[in-house]
Design a protein around this ligand. Structure first.
Ligand SMILES: Cc1cc2nc3c(=O)[nH]c(=O)nc-3n(C[C@H](O)[C@H](O)[C@H](O)COP(=O)(O)OP(=O)(O)OC[C@H]3O[C@@H](n4cnc5c(N)ncnc54)[C@H](O)[C@@H]3O)c2cc1C
Length: 407
């Protein structure tokens, strides 16, 4: 009987576990090495647009995901200056329009559902990879404890500070965008009733915006506040800050907005960095997936679905007799997704510009100045129609398109 391909995934985050699930269903022998002592996620929410829900459907997880998530009927944009509603988009018909709903979910709930669905994957915790190198018939990963693991294919799903990417393609030089974000999570009952409307809400203002939405069946409100500032430059999702820093930052905004901040007991802040879309993310029998391959600014709510789309629809595995030539699927994987990913990365920059320049007097942030706006129309509602119907192939991006004009 032919041998099953052995695939090592470095990183047990959302992208790594989704890939493990897709690969074990293709009868691969899968090992996941995660540096943390347990599989865990921080307390933050994720918006899953219909394309992401479809990817999870392909893994047989849609019912569980829907049961753990929250589906807002409307996506609303409000002015943070006077609180007025700027737009209100109905999302209740997304299943009919796009084939799946738009939902919001707690990251830990999503990771837990993925982990529970794994059957044969060998998960090894406390295993920090320090380097990966392709060799003739596969690739080898070296770990901090001095051990090596060889596999027919090594997938780097080790996030934004990827060691796998660094060892394959060298260190990168991410650019600080001049933007920082604060995030909090509040029990829904602690949120003032006029704010806790059940809508996905985006408050827009000069040089910033704030998004909040319900997760965990409506029990928790996820809040992310963005502001143009260079007062903080650490790219970390786990750096805590005091709520007073958030309330001071947004002190002169509409009180309907600022009353939401104290509802969260803990606040975190991180600086946003930008990376250019990569030209390739595979070398020999080693490849990258998710943030390690294409970390993006979080303006279209798409990074995670990009990792899941990549994870859920890997190029067909080479049949074991042809295991000596798996470069073909990896090359196809690069070729078919590179334009889509470049498009999304550049759209995300443009979206950052749109979100922060929408009000009179606002200026483009450092994040958006050097970027190109890819072709095609784009909505400015939180539930953008472009992303909802988007499959693995994005609209063809012209990387040479003119820069965005502030609106
Ligand atoms: C906390 C957090 C919140 C986010 N929120 C948003 C958001 O609100 N909106 C948005 O659009 N995008 C957001 N993003 C971005 C989005 O979530 C990412 O695109 C997505 O998580 C990518 O998944 P991933 O599996 O590629 O990487 P990650 O989720 O970062 O997972 C990487 C995993 O690899 C492990 N790892 C790292 N290095 C090693 C190593 N050397 N050896 C072994 N294991 C290693 C890590 O411990 C981690 O478990 C967020 C990202 C994070 C981390």
């Amino acid at each position: 009987m032919p041998r099953r391909p052995r695939i090592l995934i470095v990183g047990g985050g959302i992208g790594g576990l989704a890939a493990a699930l897709a690969l074990e269903r293709q009868r691969a022998e899968v090992i996941v090495c995660e540096q943390a002592p347990k599989l865990s996620e921080i307390g933050a929410g994720i918006g899953l647009a219909p394309n992401a829900v479809k990817a999870l459907r392909a893994l047989g997880l849609e019912d569980k995901i829907n049961a753990a998530a929250y589906a807002s009927e409307f996506a609303v944009i409000r002015s943070w200056r006077d609180g007025r509603q700027i737009s209100r988009a109905y999302q209740g018909d997304y299943r009919e329009k796009f084939g799946a709903p738009s939902i919001t979910i707690h990251r830990a709930d999503l990771l837990g559902i993925l982990a529970d669905a794994l059957r044969s994957t060998d998960i090894r915790l406390g295993q920090r990879s320090i380097a990966v190198a392709p060799n003739g018939n596969g690739a080898v990963a070296r770990f901090a404890d001095g051990t090596d693991i060889e596999a027919d294919l090594v997938v780097g799903a080790d996030g934004i500070h990827s060691k796998v990417r660094e060892s394959l393609f060298g260190a990168d030089a991410p650019r600080f965008t001049g933007c920082i974000c604060f995030r909090g999570m509040a029990p829904a009952e602690a949120v003032p009733r006029d704010i806790n409307t059940g809508d996905v809400t985006l408050w827009m203002g000069p040089r910033g915006h704030v998004v909040h939405y319900l997760v965990r069946r409506g029990e928790l409100l996820n809040i992310v506040a963005h502001i143009d500032s260079d007062a903080w430059t650490e790219e970390s999702w786990t750096r805590e800050c005091d709520v007073s820093e958030v309330t001071t930052t947004y002190a002169r905004r509409n009180s309907a907005l600022t009353r939401v901040f104290p509802a969260s007991a803990s606040w975190y802040k991180w600086a946003l960095y930008d990376r250019d879309p990569p030209e390739r993310w595979s070398k020999g029998r080693a490849t990258l997936l998710g943030d390690s391959a294409h970390a993006m600014l979080p303006y279209l709510g798409q990074p995670r679905w990009r990792s899941r789309m990549a994870a859920c629809s890997p190029a067909p595995l080479p049949a074991p007799p042809t295991i000596s030539t798996p470069r073909l699927p990896l090359t196809r994987r690069c070729a078919s997704r590179a334009p889509a990913r470049a498009t999304i990365t550049l759209r995300r920059r443009w979206r950052g510009c749109a979100a922060t320049c929408a009000m009179p007097g606002a200026s483009a942030s450092a994040a958006t100045r050097p970027c190109s706006r890819p072709g095609g129309s784009m909505t400015t509602t939180p539930g953008g129609s472009w992303r909802n119907g988007h499959g693995t192939q994005g609209p063809r991006a012209s990387l040479l398109s003119p820069p965005p004009r502030p609106i």
